[in-house]
Design a protein around this ligand. Structure first.
Ligand code: AHR
Length: 538
């Protein structure tokens, strides 16, 4: 995408924010415009960009996805019915499991066979909780079948063996007269499952083994040999990739693993840092809010740098980049269990979702999958369930973004140019910085956009106005397409810190949008402050 951000003074209500002036006219002089090149779409937006992540962490699995067959909470064979139905409506394309950090301490054989015989373990990464292994391979893969999504298995390299991982692949995917297929049949599953995505370790530079990149690259080469393709199942093998700004990790893996991997992962959280408080999910001021938008958008620069490294040895882009953990990470909610990462989810989080998805769309040439962390009750969840087990559930503002964006799955990305106001936001969290030092600021465009042509031939346009107080009057020029009608939905709320809870489950919910009109082929949209609008053009 060409960016044509015309710089202008933004009505900065806080002395904290600097403004860039423009001598050639401002966006407000010329209006805010989005020019969509409807005749230039070539890339498909892989539906896997809308992937989810389920980890044995806090109440993501137990109490979130799974309550067991004997629960008072309505369930389908042990899966929470309300959660299952909400996820089904979301068209989840792929679900990653069992971790995260948990994956490198998980021994899959503890999670098969009669439940009463399954050994317990301590979940050392996440609060020391006792894991009873009642949700294991069968429970996960059957859930994926019910959701009609691809499973993404994250294998244990940190504390597991080559043999253990090789046997897991055989257990899940072999249909022959093999020892692991026989064991699976004894456990009640005759036919092999199809498992496409296999992660060879997770965060191997950290909780997955504290390795150096060369050492991990060699381990990857070794482990991946024995993860076989059985009976028509074709694995897409994913190397445990870098965190954030660790470009050297990607470089070493590209040079030393190369085409032996199908994809390499990247983790990027919108987080204030790893030491001390990460900030509250719901109590924040304007500075904190704009910091969050800036940090979120920095993922684009990070992706571009990892992509550039990948291009050096893989110019044809055969190897995928998979952002298999992303999202906001705030302090745990007061009163919840330490280490369980249960956080609320405000309208602010919804914008982190829409801005990130817009970025991912722009990089579909390399990005093959993304998995927001995590699907239920952990970090930037789609769904929160009541921690007391009363059976209540709420859909978060982030869920609504994913739901509103479903038309983008498998649609053709349409390049676009944006002319809009932008503001400078501080780079450091909670620190007063020297306004003269530009390095301490990030530049934040106040409008984010995506456009795509759906498989039905409609054009879908998403516009997020992150300004807290300015409505944006957007002119959308459609080049190479004639449209007659527009309909849309809006996600907004009185306050950007608003969230849904069990008393007010619909405080932040999508509504019909009437602020768009088409005249002589030109679309005009009044996007209210702090809102996301998704339009369908026919
Ligand atoms: O999502 C929580 C944790 O963050 C994951 O387990 C780990 O991979 C990452 O550090």
């Amino acid at each position: 995408m060409k960016k044509l951000f015309l710089l202008s003074a933004v009505a900065a209500t806080m002395a904290f924010f600097g403004c860039k002036g423009s001598d050639s006219g401002t966006a407000s002089d010329q209006g805010v415009t989005v020019t969509i090149h409807a005749d230039q779409g070539t890339q498909k937006i892989h539906k896997e960009i809308y992937g989810q992540f389920a980890e044995h962490l806090g109440s993501c699995i137990y109490g979130g996805l799974w309550v067991g067959e004997n629960s008072q909470i309505p369930n389908i064979n042990g899966y929470r019915k309300d959660v299952f139905e909400a996820l089904k409506a979301l068209k989840v394309p792929v679900l990653r499991w069992p971790g995260g950090c948990f994956a490198d301490e998980y021994h899959w054989m503890d999670g098969i066979g009669p439940k009463e015989n399954r050994p317990k373990m301590q979940n050392n990464n996440w609060g020391g909780t006792i894991e009873d292994n009642s949700f294991g391979t069968h429970e996960f893969l059957n859930l994926c079948e019910m959701l009609e999504c691809e499973p993404y298995i994250s294998g244990n390299v940190g504390s597991g063996t080559v043999e253990e991982l090789a046997k897991w692949v055989e257990y899940m995917t072999s249909d022959g007269d093999t020892p692991m297929a026989k064991l699976r049949r004894q456990n009640g599953r005759d036919k092999a499952w199809k498992v496409k995505y296999l992660g060879v370790g997770n965060e191997s530079w950290g909780c997955g083994g504290n390795m150096r990149p060369d050492y991990y690259a060699d381990l990857y080469r070794r482990y991946s040999v024995y993860c076989r393709n059985y009976d028509g199942n074709n694995l897409y093998k994913i190397a445990s990739g870098a965190t954030d700004y660790d470009y050297n990790w990607t470089k070493v893996l590209m040079e030393n693993i190369g085409n032996l991997m199908h994809g390499v992962s990247l983790h990027y959280y919108t987080v204030t840092g790893w030491d001390g408080s990460k900030g509250s999910s719901t109590e924040f001021n304007e500075n904190d809010y704009y910091w969050t938008m800036g940090k979120c958008l920095e993922i684009e620069e990070v992706i571009e740098k990892h992509k550039a490294i990948m291009d050096e040895t893989d110019p044809d882009k055969n190897i995928g980049l998979l952002v298999d953990e992303w999202g906001t990470w705030w302090d745990e909610e007061p009163g919840t269990i330490k280490g369980h990462l249960y956080q609320q989810n405000a309208l602010r989080d919804a914008f982190v979702a829409s801005l990130s998805l817009d970025v991912f769309h722009r990089h579909t040439d390399r990005i093959r999958m993304c998995n927001i962390a995590q699907v239920v009750n952990v970090l930037q969840s789609m769904i929160l369930t009541d921690q007391e087990g009363t059976g209540h559930m709420v859909l978060t503002p982030t869920y609504h973004v994913f739901q509103m964006y479903t038309p983008f799955q498998e649609a053709t990305y349409l390049p676009l140019d944006i002319t809009c106001n932008e503001m400078k936001v501080r780079r450091n969290w909670k620190e007063e910085v020297d306004a003269a030092n530009a390095e301490t600021y990030r530049t934040l465009p106040l409008l984010s956009a995506s456009a795509a042509k759906t498989q039905d031939g409609d054009i879908v346009v998403a516009l997020t106005n992150v300004s807290l107080d300015e409505e944006q009057d957007v002119t959308v020029n459609l080049e190479g397409a004639a449209v007659q009608t527009v309909s849309g939905r809006i996600l907004t709320s009185a306050n950007v810190a608003d969230y849904n809870d069990f008393e007010n489950p619909d405080r932040v919910a999508p509504a019909d949008f009437t602020g768009a009109q088409i005249e002589q082929g030109v679309l005009s949209v009044k996007v209210p402050a702090k809102s996301l609008v998704v339009l369908t053009l026919k």
